[in-house]
Write a protein that binds this ligand. Sequence first.
Ligand code: DP6
Length: 383
Amino acid sequence: MKIVTAVAPVNIAVIKYWGKRDETLILPINDSISCTLATDFMCAKTTIMASPTFTDNKFWLNNEEVDFNNKRLNNCLTEVKKRASPKCADLLNWKIHICSENNFPTAAGLASSAAGYACLVSTLAALYEVEGDISSIARRGSGSACRSIHGGFVWWQKGVQPGGEDSVAVQIAPASHWPEMRMIILVVSDDQKKYSSTSGMKTSVETSELLKYRSEMVVPKRVKEMVEAIKTRNFENFARITMQDSNQFHAVCLDTYPPCFYMNDVSRSVVELVHSYNKYKGATKVAYTCDAGPNVCLYLLEESIDEVVTLINDVFPSSVGPSEYFRGLPVNIKNRGGLQEVLKIKADAPGSLKYIIHTKLGDGPKLSTEKSQHLLTEKGLPH
Ligand code: DP6
């Protein structure tokens, strides 16, 4: 019997991946760049056990048994097994039990597939003792998952080979390169039906001319500028490109036929708030970015956290207690900071934000050997 456990981080793109040139291999039409978040507040955790006594492969996800017969999961498993160490020959014939969970509510609509597949592939790679780059395997689970294989600032290079061998994620700089960088995730209340990223981007590739222009003419230049901004820790440029790229991604969604709407009125109010704040400061102090949902992620430096969270708290009053509303790293807020009046922003109805997570950059997936960390018992069942 062999058992391994790993935790893997979430990543938030600052140059978005949107559109595939190969649906099965999950090869993108453009490069993307993201930041990896610390696993303290948001992460996926997976335990995998292989045993000669197991009769079936089994998979539990967030406390529920789910069908093992899932194409993306099996693509990852096949790829990992192809690269297994010769030492693991016996193991390849054993059935496996997988147990996986997220430490943040999936109901919040926060991208969990990136952390989930990065975690699954890291755990599988440890089980079968795979050497070398595994980002191209995680990519087969969910495109954005390949970026969660590294910590800090990560660049997914689209590659040119038809088999996707060169479509890999590489680290631009580790988390320690820019320790002042902070993120605030604004979890927006929303009961709208979601269009999945997978089907949304497929329709965009089929119908949006703007996406073609974006991937060929805009992203290559932006990627260069973003790498430079990260390497030189130029926050102004980092923030401007992040916002422009988020806006262009949502413009592509609108240019898709039929269109996909991901941002809502609350997301748009946050965008306006950020621009008013930056104007008032006379400098770009905060950036926003939204993925395929209404939640907003703000990028800012540590020095701005207290003032910005105070403003958000005044504009978006909570309908829950402070310990539920403010999650993650501590914040020092004043009630009624006064900036809301100066910027002439009307307060939203209480509860339009569910909660706020204050977090920072972090490292890539980590294995844990401690027995108490495993999600499966010695019999291979969830605790
Ligand atoms: C908007 O990685 O979830 O978050 O490859 O089909 O699984 P699949 O899509 P996914 O798409 C993420 C899209 C995005 C932008 C990004 O993270 O770059």
